[in-house]
Write a protein that binds this ligand. Structure first.
Ligand code: NAD
Ligand code: AKB
Length: 316
């Protein structure tokens, strides 16, 4: 019997992942956990446990309590927040991963999902159609932790047979839960402003192109990768996946087709340098060939879904 534990379930990805996993595998088989005292309203339809993933004893006793078979580890500091708290970002992003990988190595769980990011790439990476294998010289604490994490995942697979699976997510766009401190967050914030009838000041330059994806595609990719037979998961560091690429200027042009009075201005901050070190677009041939990945959403459908789904009262 499958019993899934999501660590960091109250965040942008966790909220939607928990709901979809509960829909597919049953509410009683998906345990949401987060360092926050209480679950968000969306997660009240099933089991919730407060868990700090840095407390290994507490984590192991949750595995025991629910006879957990799979862990999705989402707790991390994202790129912009990590630059403000580099020591803690390294601690959380690495120790959390080790606690989970070690529990798998010891046979306490059978499968692990851990997300990487386009932040593993750096200024000397080819920026257009960035391949799966190329120069990787991340220049952020977040990117360093993701690249190190990828190498450890592959190591635990090769040396200890740990069935760990991973995706390098691009910037994820969603309305279920607010984003948690990344460089790509502008592409979510912009919709809250447009729908609230407020002007938006973007913290990236208008021509900064980045890889992005609508959340439902990311959730599909994640569960698809976790559900394919082991032999199809040939890459055990982390898979490139792509949805679309756009600039602030392009997403603005799409939004004003529906909200003609919406205004944008640009005031780049420290996040510009981070964005400038990341790819513009991603080559995801390996994910397509190995386990059949393909996205459903483009910029137009993402924009329509976001304008319909965002609730500005969550932000203002
Ligand atoms: P988020 O910041 O929205 O959510 C992270 C959650 O982890 C929060 O609810 C937070 O309370 C929780 N958390 C923090 N410290 C914890 C701890 N010590 N123990 C347990 N929970 C803790 O992040 P997200 O956007 O949902 O990202 C999840 C994962 O996906 C991260 O590893 C992130 O690096 C990766 N990722 C996200 C994106 C994106 O665009 N959202 C892109 C690439 C990779
Ligand atoms: C961030 O901007 O930090 C994240 C990511 C791409 O990893 N959205």
């Amino acid at each position: 019997m499958k019993k899934i534990l999501i660590v960091g379930a109250s965040g942008q990805i966790g909220t939607e992942l928990v709901l979809e996993l509960r829909r597919r595998f049953g509410e009683e088989n998906v345990i949401a956990s987060d360092v926050k005292d209480e679950p968000s309203d969306l997660l009240r339809n099933g089991i919730y446990e407060k868990l700090d993933i840095l407390d290994n004893e507490a984590y192991l006793s949750l595995l025991e309590k629910y006879k957990v078979t799979e862990v999705y580890l989402l707790a991390a500091l994202l790129s912009a927040t990590a630059e403000k708290h580099p020591d803690f970002a390294w601690k959380l992003n690495m120790e959390g991963l080790f606690n989970v990988l070690n529990s798998a190595k010891e046979g306490k769980i059978q499968k692990v999902f851990w997300p990487s990011s386009i932040a593993v790439f750096g200024p000397n990476t080819p920026r257009e159609n960035t391949p799966q294998y190329c120069v990787m010289d991340p220049s952020t604490v977040y990117g360093l932790s993701k690249l190190a994490g990828e190498r450890w995942c592959e190591y635990y697979f090769k040396k200890h047979g740990v069935d760990v699976r991973s995706i390098r997510y691009p910037g994820l766009i969603s309305y279920g839960s607010l984003p948690g401190g990344g460089t790509t967050d502008y592409a979510v914030d912009i919709f809250y402003h447009a729908k609230a009838g407020k002007d938006y000041t973007c913290f990236l330059k208008k021509d900064t192109e980045l890889p992005m994806m609508f959340m439902s595609d990311a959730i599909k990719a994640t569960i698809d990768l976790m559900e394919v037979p082991k032999e199809k998961v040939i890459i055990r560091s982390s898979y490139n996946i792509a949805g679309m690429s756009f600039t602030p200027e392009k997403i603005y042009a799409q939004i004003i087709k529906s909200v003609p009075n919406f205004k944008i201005s640009y005031s780049p901050d420290f996040r510009q340098e981070i964005a400038d070190s990341w790819p513009k677009s991603i080559d995801d041939s390996e994910a397509r060939n190995h386990w059949g990945w393909s996205p459903e959403h483009d910029l137009k459908s993402l924009t329509n879904n976001m304008l319909e789904g965002v609730d500005p009262s969550k932000l203002f």
